[in-house]
Design a protein around this ligand. Structure first.
Ligand SMILES: *Cc1c(COP(=O)(O)O)cnc(C)c1O
Length: 367
């Protein structure tokens, strides 16, 4: 049996340190917005090469709060258009509509699953005020080109880094390119808490200060409310768990990259299209996603051999009931992706024989 993702085994590696950190928080008597959050925020900002890190309750809130802060600071207003790739996980789109902004769903590059400068430029209108590139599956978007475009048209850039902790392009990490970035530390993400957690990174001191208030009822000072904020704080216990796991993130990413390199080298099947990789450091392999026109047969073939796979994602945002008004839109690249993608098991605790079993099972598939 090869699990898709073995969270129990991942966290078991650090069990002693996690238990110790948890005990320290319990004994401290202080559970919200204290030393453990401050320490994690500082460590994460340093690790990411960002000026500031603001911990929040989850990855969706990270995106929602940045857009809300830009509205509070007069940089965005209701009705402004935000460009986002049509094949993203729905959270990126929810963050836009939650703020009464208008998502402009753009077809991705079918090789990278991401936006690029040309597809963004073709979708610009006078109302475009921001770009929300999602570094999907762990592969960073072409940020140098996207930032040149953003400068040229004076657009804000919010990176969705929920799947791309530590991916590097042109020497800089995902989440240090845009004007702000949202991270998720959902347990299954590359840096996972033991519950919900998220963060925002930015170099903009004014934005960071606004976000610190917005996550805490719009308040910088107890019982004084500058904004109509919300409650989206990162708990001390989760911050302490994240500080432990952050120390091992680079090593885990290196293992993910090694497993992916083995898949890329050894999986050979004309029915299965492997992910495209421009350079090793650009992809942190949150997911290893292949494409095939015979997906259900391949998924069944792998299941018969004890190999768990998942689909990311079966239904694109514009075909969801939640966005009924878009259901008749035609986005053929996105729709083909959703019909063809299959995610193979990839986690840093896989054994050599797990990896070999996946390779052999995919290679032995035929119709
Ligand atoms: C997981 C994810 C989110 C949301 O993160 P949560 O912590 O689950 O709220 C946002 N965007 C993408 C691309 C994600 O994969």
């Amino acid at each position: 049996m090869v699990n898709f993702l073995n969270l129990k085994a991942i966290n078991a590696q650090y069990r002693e340190e996690l238990v110790q950190a948890c005990a320290e928080v319990i004994d401290s008597g202080w559970y919200i917005q204290g030393n453990y959050l401050n320490r994690f925020e500082q460590d994460y900002a340093n690790w990411n090469g960002s000026g500031f890190c603001i911990g929040v309750a989850n990855g969706l809130d990270a995106l929602v709060l940045v857009l809300k802060a830009w509205k509070e600071l007069g940089k965005l207003k209701a009705g402004d258009e935000v460009i986002v790739q049509a094949n993203t996980y729905i959270a990126s789109v929810l963050a836009i509509t939650e703020n009464d902004l208008v998502p402009v769903l753009v077809e991705p590059d079918p090789n990278t699953f991401n936006l690029n400068a040309a597809t963004i430029e073709a979708a610009l209108t006078e109302r475009t005020k921001a770009i929300l590139p999602v570094h999907l599956y762990g592969q960073v978007s072409p940020m140098p080109e996207i930032m040149v475009l953003a400068d040229k048209y004076q657009l804000l850039v919010l990176e969705d880094c929920a799947q791309s902790h530590g991916a590097i392009v042109a020497g800089k990490k995902a989440g240090s390119w845009g004007h702000a970035a949202g991270f998720s530390f959902y347990p299954g993400k590359n840096l996972g808490a033991l519950g919900d957690a998220g963060a925002i990174t930015t170099d903009d001191a004014e934005l960071a200060s606004c976000l610190k208030a917005l996550r805490n009822y719009g308040s910088h000072k107890k019982y004084e409310n500058l904004y109509q904020g919300q409650n989206s704080r990162l708990d001390e216990i989760q911050a302490a768990m994240l500080s432990v796991k952050l120390k091992y993130l680079d090593a885990e990413t290196a293992v993910r990259q090694k497993i992916a390199a083995r898949y890329l080298e050894a999986i050979q099947n004309p029915l299965v299209q492997l992910p495209w990789l421009p350079s090793a450091e650009q992809h942190v392999w949150h997911l290893f996603v292949v494409k095939t026109t015979v997906r259900s047969a391949l998924q069944q073939h792998l299941a018969d051999r004890g190999i768990q796979t998942l689909i990311h994602y079966p239904i694109p945002p514009h075909k969801q009931q939640a966005y009924a008004e878009w259901n008749s839109m035609s986005l053929p690249v996105t729709e083909a992706i959703h019909e063809q993608v299959l995610s193979l098991p990839l986690d840093p605790t896989m054994t050599d024989s797990d990896i070999q079993a996946v390779i052999e099972a995919v290679n032995s598939f035929n119709r």
